[in-house]
Design a binder for this molecule. Structure first.
Ligand SMILES: [Zn+2]
Length: 276
């Protein structure tokens, strides 16, 4: 009796457990049907579509290449060149001012010497003559100092002028290059702006359909795997890194009970049949 009872009990338990499982499965689908949230399969399909869009966006970026960065670098370089050019031009102007002042001083000294030269013949005493001669010497000293400084100035000015010339020609080259890069980028922007906008809109519409944690996961992977965050499982291999996927894992991926990422490359894995 006991045995039979136990059997009966066991059988009831099994029955109960089956019922429970059935009801769980039912509940699962019911919940899913009631909610707008798509099931994992749907999420995977969305992720696959998202990845295709990001791939297209990446192709457009690739077409633009490093133009945006180069343009930025050239703008920064030009700014530095112009600053240096301004500083050196100001320095040169200052030196030219000094040169002009010195030339005037020398001219004044020469005039004074000519005047003293005449005066010395009319000196009424030796003392007066000596004073005049001393004044002439002082003028000559000033002229000598001035001329020495003028010589130095002319050397510094020549170096500065050459540097300014070089800076100008280099900044002109950069400026021309920058212009042509900006034009190329503008043309590419015009060519792709509509397509880019459409792709971004499509992406946005797909993104909002994903659950938060799945969207975050996708964005995180897409940051490093630009345009290739999702890989397809084909003949037991990850289409992203070509590493093989263990058969048990492949079955789990196919069942789409949860999201799996490739153990080698980290891409989100989608079973081939799901997207065909
Ligand atoms: Zn992989």
């Amino acid at each position: 009796m006991t045995d039979i009872n136990t059997d009966k009990e066991n059988s009831e338990e099994t029955q109960n457990s089956e019922n429970q499982q059935e009801s769980k499965v039912f509940e699962y689908f019911e919940t899913v049907d009631k909610s707008i949230k798509p099931r994992i399969e749907e999420e995977l399909k969305i992720l696959y579509e998202l990845c295709k869009i990001d791939e297209d966006l990446k192709d457009i970026d690739d077409e633009k290449g490093d133009l945006p960065e180069r343009i930025n670098e050239q703008k920064n370089a030009l700014e530095k060149y112009w600053e240096e050019l301004d500083a050196k031009t100001a320095e040169l102007a200052k030196l030219k001012d000094e040169e002009g002042g010195l030339r005037k001083t020398i001219k004044k000294c020469e005039d004074k010497i000519a005047k003293y030269d005449e005066q010395k013949y009319n000196a009424k005493s030796n003392k007066e003559y000596d004073t005049i001669m001393k004044s002439i010497d002082t003028q000559y000293e000033t002229i000598e100092k001035g001329e020495k400084r003028l010589k130095d100035l002319s050397e510094i000015e020549e170096i500065l002028s050459n540097e300014i010339e070089e800076l100008r020609s280099t900044s002109d080259e950069i400026s021309n290059d920058l212009n042509s890069n900006e034009n190329s980028l503008k043309e590419l922007d015009e060519k792709y702006s509509q397509e880019e906008l459409e792709l971004k809109n499509k992406k946005e519409n797909l993104m909002v359909r994903l659950e938060d944690h799945i969207r975050n996961l996708y964005e995180r992977i897409n940051k490093t795997m630009k345009g290739s965050a999702v890989a397809v499982v084909r003949r037991g291999n990850c289409s992203g890194c070509y590493n093989s996927i263990p058969p048990q894992r492949e079955i789990e991926i196919r069942s789409a009970a949860k999201l799996y990422t490739c153990q080698s490359c980290g891409r989100i894995l989608v079973d081939e049949k799901l997207i065909s």
